[in-house]
Design a protein around this ligand. Structure first.
Ligand SMILES: Nc1ncnc2c1ncn2[C@@H]1O[C@H](COP(=O)(O)OP(=O)(O)OP(=O)(O)O)[C@@H](O)[C@H]1O
Ligand SMILES: [Mg+2]
Length: 376
């Protein structure tokens, strides 16, 4: 395999996985002791990588970690199919046993099996669950029934869980899930997803079924010291060098967002003959902005003039009290009562985020791009 000094765009494992010692320890304990966990963070901070990392750390054969991704589940039925096949595949491990499990636990189904093209023993199961052949409760209870029968503990990790909010009749489905899951003693859940405002709504609104379902873990950025070690070491192994100061400037430029730290480090590395310099970092940052610009342009496409003005206000350093007289005098948001609506739309679009009363761009590179490309 080729050696990639920096990796971004997919979840990472060793050797590209760095730090996260405290979070790994905590999540591992939660997995081992059946504590439900909800992980929330800004985009591309490393949720998926962390969960997969912990999954690899579990050595007790009686604990089975099931990893599933909901990103393409469009409705309840899609979800049950993904859920059941993931649970069966991971708890059974082997194909012949998976077929036995289906016979034993989902009696009426005839699964179709397919193999991944990369030969090895990876297989996927298509169970053909429909609203008429299996009840939702039967599916939702599947991990508990398997756990009891096989004397194991099952941890079900569900990525992009916010997708559930897009199902029609979503709250009823969530009630059903929680109703079944909260009575399980041999299964725990780790639920996480990349849309922070949607995840927050699902788990932190009093009126929502998943309120207080588990421990909330707010994933913080990887500390700069760890990044500096990581970056300088990787430069060395490529026969190049970067000072700790410049490495920490890389982190600061992209607001410590994990994926961008790796991407910008890569840009710096490829532009460095032997020693990285300020000028190279500047050039590499411009490259990064260009690499992202098509995406950002698409994000602001169709925004109203008022919405753009609010982004300008943030760019100029305003982070709260947008409907105050001073800010309204400088930026046109239409009427005062418009402001909340504008904020909500921009949050829905994930362009901005509000934390502890402070509103800011949700993406540090978006900020750089906006400054550079959007005129007064
Ligand atoms: N522990 C880590 N060490 C080094 N780099 C990391 C780490 N975690 C994440 N990254 C970087 O961040 C990128 C995104 O990681 P990952 O996909 O795990 O994040 P995520 O929070 O699940 O993203 P999304 O919000 O898109 O779901 C990785 O490709 C890698 O560049
Ligand atoms: Mg992810």
């Amino acid at each position: 395999m080729i050696n990639k000094p920096f990796l971004f765009g997919t979840s990472v494992d060793e050797p590209h996985f760095t730090d996260r010692v405290t979070e790994t320890r905590r999540l591992k304990l939660n997995f081992e002791h059946g504590v439900n966990t909800i992980i929330i963070s800004p985009r591309r901070m490393g949720k998926t990588s962390l969960v997969k990392h912990v999954q690899r750390q579990i050595s007790d054969p009686r604990i089975i970690v099931v990893f599933m991704d909901m990103y393409d589940c469009r409705n309840e039925t899609d979800f049950y199919n993904r859920f059941a096949s993931s649970v069966i595949r991971s708890t059974a491990g082997r194909l012949d046993r998976a077929m036995e499990y289906v016979k034993e636990f989902l009696v009426r189904l005839t699964p179709k099996v397919s193999f991944s093209p990369e030969a090895n023993s990876e297989f996927s199961l298509s169970l053909g669950i429909t609203p008429t052949n299996v009840t939702p409760e039967e599916v939702l209870n599947l991990p508990e029934r398997i756990a009891l029968s096989k004397d194991i503990h099952v941890v079900v990790c569900i990525d992009e869980f916010q997708q559930i909010g897009a199902f029609s009749d979503s709250v009823t489905i969530q009630k059903r899930m929680r109703g079944v899951w909260q009575h399980q003693h041999n299964v725990s859940y780790c639920l996480f997803g990349s849309k922070r405002h949607l995840m927050t709504r699902l788990f932190q609104s009093l009126s929502m079924p998943f309120y207080h379902f588990g421990e909330m873990m707010f994933l913080q950025p990887i500390p700069v010291e760890d990044w500096v070690d990581y970056i300088t070491t990787r430069f060395q192994s490529e026969g190049k060098s970067i000072s700790p100061q410049l490495a920490s400037r890389i982190c600061a430029t992209v607001g410590n967002q994990s994926s961008y730290v790796q991407q910008l480090s890569w840009n710096v590395l490829v532009n460095t003959e032997s020693d990285a310099t300020e000028q190279i970092l500047e050039f590499a940052t411009d490259e990064l902005i260009i690499q992202c610009s098509a995406l950002f342009a698409q994000q602001i496409e169709g925004l109203s003039a008022y919405q753009m003005n609010l982004l300008r206000a943030i760019r100029d350093g305003h982070h709260h009290s947008f409907s105050s007289r001073e800010i309204m005098a400088e930026y046109d948001f239409g009427t005062k009562s418009n402001v909340n609506r504008i904020l909500n739309t921009l949050i829905e679009k994930e362009i901005i985020d509000t934390n502890d009363g402070k509103t800011d761009f949700s993406d540090a590179v978006f900020r750089l791009w906006f400054r550079k490309n959007i005129s007064q």
